[in-house]
Design a protein around this ligand. Structure first.
Ligand code: G
Ligand code: G
Ligand code: NA
Ligand code: MN
Length: 256
């Protein structure tokens, strides 16, 4: 209850903001996009720790409000970067199950995009396997397909932790697979099972025309392994933690 009250107050006081973590193309070394992660500015004593963010999104009413706020903030950041001639690439926003339980997510997102003058080909949506193949999987797929038709990409988040099988993939509206951090962290320990899973996912994805992103990359050893395995994109603390919107343009110039 304390957590929801804190989220509600942060919405009212306009303290809900996206932080951005870069995604790097392993071939070119360039930043090709960012993942937006919700943070709450702490200018009051009501702080929502990151560990409670997921729980806030699981509340039906607050969750949808937080998602809408994330979309409008990300779209307005994009509009302002574009106006300055800054190409930040594509920005990914996380969606949880509750976002689909309410009717019309795709229409809501499209209208927010229209208001900001940003097209959806600058947006990616991250959903977990559980949401995409769960009880409401059919509706979720339909909404995501509408957003894809308007130019958005869909990424399957935390891949490997749920039940989506590799054979499932070709039937799902998915453009990108994010290999879960738990597999990436085992690269250093030369855990043969974990690295076999990574190799298999990358190869299968390649054949299906799906991009692979490695999450939670923290060491150069992991980068070397992932490059050799054919994984195309990396994201993690090794490159940068999530940073505020004001730091994004400088980060881009410093890594050019
Ligand atoms: O960035 P971080 O470690 O703090 O995020 C904690 C959890 O909260 C992660 O599982 C992340 O996916 C989730 N999260 C962060 N921002 C958002 C958001 O905007 N929407 C949803 N649905 N989940 C988010
Ligand atoms: O659930 P999702 O995959 O969206 O969550 C992403 C979470 O992972 C965020 O909380 C983000 O802050 C965190 N994260 C990003 N990079 C790293 C990393 O290199 N190591 C660890 N441990 N966490 C990371
Ligand atoms: Na994510
Ligand atoms: Mn993830």
């Amino acid at each position: 209850a304390g957590m929801l009250a804190a989220a509600k107050l942060a919405l009212e006081e306009d303290r809900v903001v996206p932080y951005y973590q870069p995604k790097i193309d392993l071939q070119t070394g360039h930043i090709i996009g960012w993942e937006a992660l919700l943070r709450i500015r702490k200018e009051s004593i009501h702080i929502l720790p990151p560990s409670e963010i997921a729980a806030a999104f699981s509340d039906a009413e607050i969750g949808v409000q937080l998602t809408d706020r994330m979309f409008s903030k990300v779209l307005s950041d994009l509009a302002s970067w574009h106006a300055q001639g800054i190409d930040v690439g594509r920005i990914a926003i996380n969606l949880s199950g509750g976002d689909f339980r309410q009717q019309g997510l795709s229409e809501r997102v499209r209208s927010l995009a229209e208001q900001s003058g940003v097209t959806l080909d600058h947006i990616e949506l991250e959903v977990t396997e559980t949401v995409l193949i769960g009880d409401f999987g059919h509706e979720v797929s339909r909404e995501l397909q509408a957003l894809r038709d308007w130019g958005a990409l869909v990424a399957l988040d935390d891949f490997g932790t749920g039940y989506a099988s590799l054979t499932h993939l070709q039937q799902l509206p998915v453009d990108v697979i994010k290999i879960d951090r738990s597999f990436i962290e085992k690269i250093d320990s030369t855990d043969l099972k974990a690295t076999t899973v990574i190799d298999a996912v990358v190869q299968m994805a390649k054949r299906l025309g799906i991009q692979t992103v490695a999450e939670g990359v923290e060491t150069w050893e992991q980068v070397r392994y992932l490059k050799a395995s054919g994984c195309s994109i990396v994201q993690g603390y090794l490159f940068s933690p999530p940073i505020s919107a004001t730091k994004v343009p400088d980060f881009l110039t410093s890594t050019e």
